[in-house]
Every structure is written in structure tokens, then in C-alpha cells.
Design a protein around this ligand. Structure first.
Ligand SMILES: Nc1ncnc2c1ncn2[C@@H]1O[C@H](COP(=O)(O)OP(=O)(O)O)[C@@H](O)[C@H]1O
Ligand SMILES: O=C(CO)[C@@H](O)[C@H](O)COP(=O)(O)O
Length: 462
């Protein structure tokens, strides 16, 4: 029995699954926490990866591994292979003015048509512009730029500080993560002019590997191309045409697998690539489980009691609407927005209604994401709901009620890491295996279009 490993180095934690390459059976798993914040030194991810691997029983008997990771994070390396400064993560909004400037300079249409995505603060290119404007010495010292999953794959392959230029030239990435940088186009590859006009020079960049390409360590461990975490989730749940995946973790994402690229000059839909050679039109919000975590903390309850409390209130929370833009927002692009609670009366101001309004606010912001996707031609027949937030019964039911589509909830699991493991199995055998996932279909949920309608009116004033 050959074993493969998949890693999800996400915003809050690192998860490792080890599966049978043929059957997909879960053999072992482990995880470790990441530090909080939107600026993190990559060494913290490396430490967490090693802890998670150890918790999963090590990789000694594993034939291939792939790393999926949070997208867009700016990892700058110096000529020696050392980290120049802590990475700015996808949810760090300090580069919002840089994003606006880039859109102004070339026009939203150019970005949408060339790279698939109109820049917002999350995209790596905007962070490079921020670096050049605010830390010119660090920009000048940056010899190579890569993403979280590229850097961890590179460390697993034995490179790191001291590797020098030869080491930097061994960096590798894949289409799905490259497509979230803002300086890579699916049709032409890296865009030197965008790098010149952001970082100020063209650094060494990771080679973009094909979906089943791999590198090999001296010990014979295959290291797959890896992928962005959303593309990993798509692989992990086996998303097919007509499926829309809703993933609720630190970010809320709504995405579909498409055979052709999308181009949305309104900037709502990011035209990413997937991990199989197709495309992954995606909407991403900044405010998902952290809003639920904060509201549960405010109410002094744990996740389970929070869900129970929310379900004690009727749909619509007796008129309360929470617009969840606590961290600013990415979609819609409102980096300076704040959250708000609307419709308060002396009668409806109860813990249950506040909990329900938080859950419905997150669900409604994602339903707006679905609308943006269908507006660019994505066909949605059912929702596949994954991520830490899918463990909440209240959020599952709320997603079912506001989306107005059948919702399938796979067994709770680590679908990003599973997708990476599936890619590793593909690298090992030459073809992606058809692993089965099991789950439940949510049936008989009363749709609540009035909840979504009221949310839209109130969010429009944010
Ligand atoms: N039962 C639950 N109800 C609501 N949220 C939950 C539940 N279990 C976990 N979470 C939340 O899910 C988040 C972690 O999900 P995950 O998908 O792993 O995030 P990420 O990939 O962004 O690191 C945390 O914010 C955690 O509090
Ligand atoms: O920025 C995006 C997608 O464009 C996020 O989805 C990140 O990829 C982080 O994912 P999580 O850690 O929240 O899963």
C-alpha cells in the first residue's frame, strides 16, 4: 500500500492527512496552530508544518506529498534564500491604496482580460507595490518572490536560508496559486512589466509546474506542484460542472470549476486557475468564521451553544441584520468598511437574535458571491459546503435557506489537505485517483429570500 500526504497550510492552522494512494482511505492525520494576525513570519508555518507532520506520524513511509496553502501571501527571499520580512497575508488590507493605484494605472478591463482578476488588497502584486513604496530597502533586497505553498514545498525539498541563487531557482508553484498573484496570466505566464511597476525589478519566480508534475528529494520523496487552498478544496470534494463550492473558514469563498476563463471587470469575481488545468472563478470575503467566533465570545458561549442559541431565534432574527464587514471587506471591495448591526429594538435585542443575525449575515454575504458567479455565466445546480464553518448546524441551515439551492455537506474533514493528497497520488501514479467522499444532503429547508433581500438593502449602506 503506497501512502501519500496532503498538507493544508491555511490562515489559522496547518493540517496534514496521510491517505492510501489507491483507495483514499485516511490512515493518519495531525494539525498545529498558526499565530494570529495578518503579518506572519514564514518560519512559523514551517514550525507548524513540522509539528503537524510529527502529529500525523511522520513522512518516513510516505511516497509523495503535496502542499496546499492560503493564497496570495507575499513571501520575499533575499539572494541567500533567507526571508526578507514577515509575509503579508491575503487578509492584510494595508495595500488597498496600492491596489486602487494599479487599477487606475491600467484600467479594470486590462487586469480582468490579462490576468483574470482586478487587483484588490489581497493580491500579491499590490503587496509588492506596498513594499516598494514603504520599505524600499526590503524591496531592493528581494531576490525572489513566492507564495506560502511554494515556500513550504521548497523547504520540504531541503532548501532554505543559505541555499543561494541555485536554491532560489528551484522554487516551484502551480497555476492555481500563480493565478492569484496579479503578475501571472494563464495565457502568457509571468508579467515582467507588472513586476517592474510594483516591486521595481523582476525577481526570481517559481517555475509553474503542471498539475501532476513533481520534484524529488534526494531521499526519493515526490513533492507535487501543490496548489492554492481553494483549488485544493475543489480537488478534495471532486467538484464537477454544476457544483458551486462554498468554503467557510477565515475567508468565505464561493467558487466553481470552469473549462474556460472568466473575466469580470467589476472585480467581484476573481478569474483564478484550478489545480487540474481548468479554471476556478471565485468570490472571496474577508469576514467568515472570525465574525462567528467574535460573536460567540461576546455572548460567552462555545461553538455548539452558539449554534443552539442562533437556532432558538426565528429566521430573520426578528428584524436584526448583521452586516459582517468587521475586517473591512474584499468582495465588495470596501477595505475600510466596518461591521454593523441594524434594526435594533428593545424587543429583538436578545442573545439568540444577535447570534442568528451573525450567522445569517455571513450566509448572505456568501449568497451575494453566488450571484456574482452566476452573473459571469457559472451554472449552479448544487452547493457543496466545506470548511470549519460547515461544522456549525446553524450556518448549514442558514446557507440552505438563503442560497435557495440544494446543499450537500461532506463529512466533516480536511478537504483542502485531502485535495493536496489526491494531487500527490496523481503525481505518484500519473493520474488523479477517483476517491469517494460521503456526506449528507440538506433537504426540506424553507428558503428565506426576504432575509437576503433585507440584508442587501442594509449592506448597500455600508
Ligand atoms: N462548530 C463550529 N462552528 C462555527 N465555527 C467553527 C466550528 N468549528 C470550527 N469553527 C471555526 O472554523 C475556523 C477554522 O476553519 P478552517 O476552515 O480550518 O479555517 P482556515 O482554513 O481559514 O484556517 C475557526 O475560526 C473556527 O473557530
Ligand atoms: O484569499 C483567499 C482566496 O482568494 C483565501 O481563501 C485564502 O486562500 C485563505 O484561505 P483560508 O485560510 O481562509 O482557508
Amino acid at each position: 500500500m503506497a501512502l501519500v500526504a496532503g498538507v493544508d497550510s491555511s490562515t489559522q492552522s496547518c493540517k496534514v492527512v496521510i491517505r492510501d494512494a489507491d483507495t483514499g482511505e485516511l490512515v493518519r492525520q495531525g494539525s498545529a496552530q498558526h499565530p494570529p494576525g495578518t503579518e506572519v513570519h514564514p518560519d512559523a508555518w514551517w514550525t507548524a508544518l513540522q509539528e503537524a507532520i510529527a502529529a500525523a506520524g511522520g513522512l518516513d513511509d510516505v511516497a509523495a506529498v503535496s502542499v496546499a496553502g492560503q493564497q496570495h501571501g507575499m513571501v520575499c527571499l533575499d539572494a541567500d534564500g533567507g526571508v526578507v520580512r514577515p509575509a503579508l497575508l491575503w487578509n492584510d488590507t494595508r495595500s488597498a491604496p496600492a491596489a486602487a493605484a494599479l487599477v487606475e494605472e491600467r484600467g479594470a478591463q486590462w487586469w480582468a482580460e490579462t490576468t483574470g482578476t482586478v487587483p484588490v488588497a489581497s493580491l500579491t502584486a499590490t503587496k509588492l507595490r506596498w513594499l516598494a513604496d514603504n520599505e524600499p530597502e526590503n524591496a531592493a533586497r528581494t531576490a525572489a518572490v513566492c507564495l506560502p505553498h511554494d515556500w513550504l514545498s521548497w523547504r520540504l525539498a531541503g532548501y532554505g536560508p543559505g541555499s543561494g541563487e541555485d536554491g532560489l531557482r528551484a522554487l516551484a508553484t502551480d497555476r492555481s496559486d500563480a493565478s492569484g498573484t496579479g503578475y501571472w496570466a494563464p495565457s502568457t505566464g509571468y508579467l515582467a512589466d507588472v513586476l517592474e511597476s510594483t516591486l521595481g525589478h523582476v525577481p526570481i519566480l517559481p517555475e509553474v509546474l503542471g498539475p501532476l508534475e513533481f520534484r524529488k528529494t534526494p531521499d526519493g520523496l515526490l513533492i507535487g506542484a501543490g496548489c492554492g487552498d481553494n483549488a485544493g478544496a475543489g480537488l478534495g470534494v471532486g467538484a464537477a460542472e454544476g457544483d458551486v463550492v462554498v468554503s467557510v473558514g477565515t475567508s468565505g469563498t464561493v467558487f466553481a470549476v470552469a473549462e474556460s476563463p472568466t473575466s469580470d471587470s467589476t472585480g467581484l469575481v476573481a478569474g483564478f486557475a484550478d489545480a487540474t488545468g481548468n479554471y476556478l472563478p471565485l468570490v472571496c470575503t474577508l469576514n467568515a468564521t472570525l465574525v462567528l467566533d467574535a460573536t460567540a465570545r461576546l455572548l460567552g458561549v462555545n461553538h455548539e451553544d452558539f449554534a443552539r442559541l442562533a437556532l432558538q431565534a426565528p429566521p430573520g432574527a426578528e428584524g436584526l441584520t448583521l452586516v459582517p464587514y468587521f475586517s473591512g471587506e474584499r468582495t465588495p471591495n470596501l477595505p475600510d468598511a466596518t461591521g454593523s448591526l441594524h434594526g435594533l429594538t428593545l424587543q429583538n435585542y436578545t442573545p439568540a437574535n444577535v447570534a442568528r443575525a451573525a450567522v445569517e449575515g455571513v450566509a448572505c454575504s456568501l449568497a451575494d458571491g453566488l450571484k456574482a458567479l452566476t452573473d459571469v455565466g457559472v451554472v449552479a445546480r448544487r452547493i457543496i459546503f466545506v470548511g470549519g464553518g460547515a461544522r456549525s448546524e446553524a450556518l448549514r441551515l442558514s446557507v440552505g435557506a438563503v442560497f435557495g439551492l440544494p446543499v450537500s455537506v461532506p463529512e466533516p474533514g480536511e478537504y483542502v489537505a485531502d485535495g493536496a493528497a489526491r494531487q500527490a497520488a496523481g503525481a505518484l501514479t500519473g493520474a488523479l485517483p477517483a476517491w469517494r467522499t460521503t456526506g449528507v444532503e440538506l433537504a426540506d429547508i424553507e428558503p428565506t429570500p426576504e432575509v437576503l433581500g433585507r440584508y442587501r438593502e442594509r449592506a448597500a449602506t455600508a
